[in-house]
Design a protein around this ligand. Structure first.
Ligand code: GLU
Length: 479
């Protein structure tokens, strides 16, 4: 016997960028579909753009959402469903409900509705609910909330029961014939064969209302899983004041798609103590019972840590191409072939020092700098000492002996070690000025590595710039 088909969906309203909350919803749906596929179910993750609110929906927002999903690597199955194209089905369903008596025509105008609401302390029931006569006035189609209770078993929140008397007879079709969200979402989910609705718990009460509509149509009610919203580090509802909220901002801050995916996955979902998930590994273990029923808090340090692990795990050539725009920004222009080669050979040393590509570019600044560097302030201080300048001249002549092909970290280290031994000085006496000459104080790894990565010509050139004064800021040298 084959296992039941599992269909999940992400149903964003295209009114803005892809918010990290929405991205996490999409991610959970995507992983769940993948997990069920691994378990042998036929499964799909569908995308529906809920563009029925024409006043607020824009093509740009749709584009931004698609780009965000694409960057995150969340690929959907089949064609995108645009809700606005399904209006015919929505209307047909409302008519079927009118015919079965689970919905009715309400002829109240706005003023009447207002005074009815003002006079009533209970959920809204229209006086037209039980009338048989009709008029020529415009009407809305309202749902006839049944008596009794509505119970759902939410896969995250557990059993929830509502008293139906607390639900309004909500509008399904507006007076202009357009469907409301509540009707459209049920009809579309039904027609798309959605079996699991995984979404933010701001929709929890809608699950109660939607369950009533499914039952009125005698349709199979999907499984519900309402995921608690993301809160800021301060525990308050997420807002702009908490910083970057769009997926695109994380891309621009230099996070890897896999790193952000891993972080969003961990934000409100757990599998034991496992923290790091590469590629699609999480699909093996992603079940809905791992979703926490309490709100998750954003934790930027955790995010940096997770991303740093993904940087370490990513092959160098992939990092080079993904980080290229960040290096280019730091460099202020496309990288020359020489700089590209420098950065490529430095990648092993850049990786463990970078939590994001922005940090990686900052760590690579010394490799990207153009001669003459600008060395100033405290960093330029050692060059006021004649002894130091002498040391630099001697060291230059010793390094000069190495052929380009011998210019390795070990050989350079040997020369430095012998140099300090011969002069009976501590390493700092030569290390500090050489580092200053080569990096102008920018972050850098071990000195012998810096020298080997810069190469012979660039290293000796940068030291020469100090000896000639070309890289020394005039103000600081008079200081
Ligand atoms: N379009 C709705 C939203 O963006 C989601 C509807 C749903 O998931 O049922 O909030």
């Amino acid at each position: 016997m084959s296992l039941p088909k599992v269909v999940t969906r992400f149903a964003p309203s295209p009114t803005g960028f892809l918010h990290i909350g929405g991205a996490r919803t999409a991610l959970f749906n995507w992983y769940f579909a993948k997990h069920m596929a691994l378990k042998g179910h036929d499964s799909a993750f569908l995308l529906r753009v809920e563009d029925t609110d024409k006043a607020r929906s824009t093509d740009e927002a749709t584009q931004a959402i698609l780009e965000g999903l694409d960057w995150l690597g969340l690929s959907y199955d089949g064609e995108i469903v645009y809700q606005s194209q399904n209006v015919g089905d929505h209307v047909k369903t409302a008519k079927a409900m009118l015919a079965s008596g689970t919905a009715y025509k309400c002829y109240c105008n706005a003023e009447e509705l207002e005074s009815l609401r003002a006079a009533s302390e209970t959920a809204f029931r229209s006086p037209w609910r039980d009338k048989v006569e009709t008029t020529d006035r415009p009407f809305t189609v309202r749902f006839r909330v049944p008596d009794g209770k509505t119970k759902i078993t939410d896969l995250v929140q557990g059993d929830i029961t509502w008293e139906n008397e607390n639900f309004d007879d909500l509008v399904l079709l507006r007076a202009d014939g357009s469907p409301t969200y509540m009707l459209a979402v049920v009809v579309d989910d039904h027609n798309m064969g959605v079996t699991h609705v995984i979404r933010g718990d701001d929709h929890l009460i809608n699950a109660g209302r939607q369950t009533q509509i499914y039952r009125a149509m005698d349709w199979r009610v999907p499984h519900w899983a309402h995921v608690p919203l993301i809160h800021g580090p301060d525990g308050k509802k997420l807002s702009k004041r908490h910083g970057s909220l769009g997926v695109d901002a994380y891309r621009d801050l230099g996070y890897l798609p896999g790193g952000l995916r891993n972080y969003l996955l961990k934000l409100g979902w757990a599998h034991g103590d496992m923290e790091i998930f590469f590629n699609e590994d999480a699909a093996k273990v992603f079940t809905l019972d791992g979703i926490n029923s309490a709100p998750a808090r954003l934790d930027f340090d955790k995010m940096d840590f997770i991303n740093s692990q993904h940087i370490l795990h990513t092959p160098n050539d992939e990092l080079l191409s993904k980080a290229a725009p960040f290096f280019e920004t730091k460099n202020g222009a496309p990288l020359s072939a020489e700089k590209q080669a420098r950065v490529a050979s430095a990648m092993d040393s850049l990786k463990p020092r970078s939590k994001t590509f922005v940090e990686m570019a900052a760590q690579a600044a010394y490799l990207l700098a153009d001669r003459p560097l600008t060395i100033s302030g405290k960093t330029a201080k050692p060059f006021k000492n004649d002894q130091t300048l002498d040391y630099l001249r001697t060291l230059t002549s010793r390094l000069n002996v190495l052929e380009d092909t011998q210019w390795t970290e070990n050989k350079v280290q040997d020369i430095l070690t012998t140099f300090v031994e011969d002069h009976g000085i501590g390493f700092g006496k030569i290390g500090q000025p050489v580092r200053a000459a080569l990096t102008a104080g920018a972050p850098s790894p071990d000195l012998s590595l810096v020298i080997s990565l810069l190469g012979k010509a660039e290293t000796l050139g940068r030291i020469e710039d100090v000896l000639s004064g070309a890289s020394l800021n005039k103000n600081s040298s008079i200081e």
